[in-house]
Design a protein. Structure first.
Length: 309
């Protein structure tokens, strides 16, 4: 049995993370860390206002970091150094050096570090990888992913437009997931560039970003994300020399390819398969879908895009 603490009780923790831990058969929600102790009261678990106090409890085995991005590295490093396994929200950190330090500390401590790139566990993404490996569209050459929505920087998630807390705008928040999907499908990126700007919203982070990534074998990935569109888009298409795999919308169940169509819905709680995989990695030695080492490359791409954009 794995005793978990969750650090940060925001919307994602309440709707997905805590229910996933509670549903996983070898997990127990042992406690919660929040500056506001009242937030922890509904969950019938221990609570702390200080992470250091929680980490001093020897009964704690695993820590879910669900705080804003600027806290990911310091809180993950503290947890790993305290001998705890860590599953951290995405993106891994504020920058590439922080992400690298987290992966290195996990290796040094011998503890497991995972990152919440849960789309790797989508059945349709897993099937797309197999189809690509089987040559279903010939030689893959181009993958295009876009995610467009409207976000004016207001409301509970207003911290996302504060670069000191979030690192960046849609490049960090929504492009990171799609960059990670490309890394999962095509491997370690070779080079990347990006274009960032503010077209509609003039908050302190970009309101749109376009990233281009080259992978081994000649595959090029293009990720375009925008927070200034009243038309929502969630597109994902992979083109090859003899066909196309269409996963649009990426968060929907359908996959189209030259041989037909699959309907492969994600789990009702999209965080659950990721939590289950993390537990299996610790207790059974199952390969971790999104490790600190693999997730580092998403931070690397983001760093390249910001440097060149």
């Amino acid at each position: 049995m794995l005793n978990w603490i969750v650090v940060g009780i925001g919307d994602i923790s309440r709707r997905r993370v805590i229910p996933a831990i509670q549903a996983e058969s070898r997990s127990r929600l042992y406690g919660l860390v929040s500056r506001d102790a009242v937030k922890a009261e509904p969950f019938n678990a221990r609570s702390w206002t200080s992470l250091d106090e929680a980490l001093s409890d020897p009964a704690v085995h695993a820590v879910y970091i669900a705080t804003p991005v600027f806290l990911h590295a310091p809180q993950s490093l503290a947890s790993l150094r305290a001998g705890k396994h860590v599953l951290c929200e995405k993106p891994t950190a504020m920058n590439e050096p922080e992400a690298r330090s987290m992966a290195q500390e996990a290796q040094h401590s011998g503890k497991t570090l995972g990152v919440a790139y849960y789309r790797r566990s989508y059945p349709k993404v897993q099937r797309a990888k197999k189809l690509l490996d089987d040559g279903a569209i010939g030689k893959p050459v181009l993958a295009e992913l876009s995610c467009h929505s409207w976000f004016d920087g207001q409301g509970e998630r207003s911290w996302l437009v504060d670069p000191a807390r979030a690192g960046g705008g849609p490049l960090f928040d929504i492009a990171s997931h799609r960059i990670d999907v490309l890394n999962f499908l095509f491997g370690q990126p070779l080079r990347a560039t990006g274009y960032l700007s503010n077209v509609v919203h003039h908050y302190a982070v970009e309101d749109n970003a376009t990233v281009m990534i080259d992978y081994p074998g000649g595959v090029r990935g293009i990720v375009d994300v925008r927070w200034h569109s009243s038309v929502e888009r969630d597109e994902c298409r992979i083109r090859g020399t003899s066909g196309e795999i269409d996963l649009t919308p990426l968060n929907g169940p359908d996959l189209f390819y030259p041989g037909g169509r699959f309907s492969l819905p994600a789990h009702a709680n999209i965080h659950y398969p990721m939590v289950e995989n993390f537990v299996r990695a610790i207790l059974d030695g199952t390969p971790l879908l999104a490790s600190g080492e693999s997730s580092f490359w998403t931070d690397w791409v983001i760093e390249q895009a910001r440097r060149n954009g």
